[in-house]
Ligand binder design. Sequence first.
Ligand code: NOJ
Ligand code: CA
Length: 703
Amino acid sequence: MKTTVIFSLLCVAGALQTGASAQNISSPSGDLSLTFGLTPEGQPTYSLDYKGKNLVNRSRLGLKGDERDFTEGFEIVSVDTLSTDRTWQPVWGEYAEIRDNFREMAVNLKADKPEREMTVRFRLFDDGLGFRYEFPKQQQGSYLTLKDEATEFNFNGDHKLFCIPGDYDTDEYLWSETTFSSLPEAMGNYHRHSEAQRTGGNTIQTPMLLKTDDPVYVNVHEAALVNYPAMLLDVDTQENNMKAHLVPDRLGVAGYLQYPFQTPWRTLIVSDDARDILASQLILNLNEPCAIEDTSWIKPMKFMGVWWEMFTGNQKTWAYSDDYLAKPGVTDYTTLKPNGRHPANTANVKKYIDFAADHGIEGVLVEGWNEGWEDWASYRKNRQFLFDKAYPDFDVDELRDYAASKGVKLIMHHETAANAADYALQLDRAFQFMKDNGYDAVKTGYVGAIIPRSEHHTSQWMVDHVLDVAKRAADYKIMVDSHEAPRPTGLCRTWPNWLAQESARGGEFESMGGNPPSHTALLPFTRLKGGPMDYTPGLFETRLSYYNEGKDSQAGTTLARQLALYLTMPSPMQMACDLPENYERFPDAFQFIEDVPVDWSDSRYLEAEPARFITVARQDKHSDDWYVGAITDETPRTAVIDLSFLPKGQKFEATIYEDAPDADWKTNPQAYRIRTQKVDSKSVLRQPLASGGGAAIRLTPVR
Ligand code: NOJ
Ligand code: CA
């Protein structure tokens, strides 16, 4: 690890008297500069300039709890500054090496009557800002019942906003493209999710993206969300201001904190080039280094799943029986009448294992394997699922041996029905059961209203719970893919066994109204900045009418675009979501899914505009191959793919998976072509993309 650290300590004696001294730092390139100050009441503030122009006006800082108010009465005691330029190697990801280059300013503050101490630590990178609050042991009082965070992002104009409504429980919304002034109208268009609690009003979620007229792009989010609730943003649509809104528990308390503690980092990723937002590693840089010593067991993978069958409208069920009164651990399931529509059975799982083995897909997920799904629809009071009790038609031993003989890993599914309290109690037994039966990875799920009922999906208790699951999984050398968990904030750097999360509207919605093509052209600018998403690409049969005459739901994509998503939505755990029989209908297109890696040594964002288009090239971590993915929204487009990133003088064969000339996501989604072409670093490909389309390219050196 290359490390250069320069410390300096400024004792601002003058500030102690005036209490109003302004402090500045600039990013290494000088593009970003930050000014810290105090209001006449002693409230800390900051403002941010980008390329010599104000971006964030003077914005307030601080926290408020029942016992103490950390928003006023402060004086500056001292300011510590520091420059760091170092690189580190993630266990997996978009880059083999990540540069962490920033200037830091820690402003140490003190107030009296009552005595309070707080540090605001700013880190200014060339691609943005992170800051957090740190609280040492206080002279009086040992804890804080947190009620509110005063942090503001006070923007300087009626900018464009890409956002979803504030919700304490779910992120599974379509995105609005709006402005500060038209936000109320946009938020009014959302319906209320049945078991989730929407904030109402002009509250939105992070990560969100903002675009100024210049344009400057800003992603607002947080990093290292630990022991604290998730942050939403209350938007003042007149003042173009956003204020932190912490997710409370049902008693209205945002956090139970003991000194010393620190908050997550508040982050702004900033650039006038949209490609830089996608390339930014700022959120990972603000997380702690890897906490797992031996990471050799952490293996990025592609997987298939006994999964989409239950979404196709074919009446397939996660449940074994239609007897909704069956109770896990109480009912003898062998006495139940099977419903005959249960795909998680031994013979069917073997079919998936066979297909995966034949096509080099490492994992097979099985949903609906365990007792408890019969009760799904009824109101839950107690334990719903058992995580070590298989249905009678799912032979754990036989499948363990069969999968092992085929070199395929089974992936466990733990749907908790949001009973996180009970899941925590079953966890050790569940993980031991996995290890005993050859499972190295688990997909967790929290569908419904959280138990304990005091909590929300993104309140402090649940933030603790999901991190605890990832940590305890690491003890068992288990990899985790969590669904319906608090949105990621880069913790996968510290816990790289936490491969992926859902935490947004994923591919499953293609069976529930569909995701418009712009959705996947926006997620990488917003949700994905916190970490990889288990989006579940690879849908080849995009029409629900194929299964069901009555259904006319249509996925917002062409087939070729689904291949491109493996590049534009990077994740170390990438599903091939469709049914084996659908892949058998298009074996030449499936070849791309077979070939595409899930771990990269380098990534180059070639073209990008939020919700419009993305073109990215990535280098395989384990070969000299490069891959390119390009997607567009509803508007057909020609991607310009400049291959100058290829090594000079080396010829490559490009295998291009593209939309056929008559392809269109609505009318002709499965029209694709595959062609090959010789290219080198001087080539510039002009690649047509259909409406809702995309292209995927494999580049192999010609020896
Ligand atoms: C919602 C998850 O996102 C989905 O992938 C899963 O199949 C269902 N819950 C059932 O657990
Ligand atoms: Ca979900």
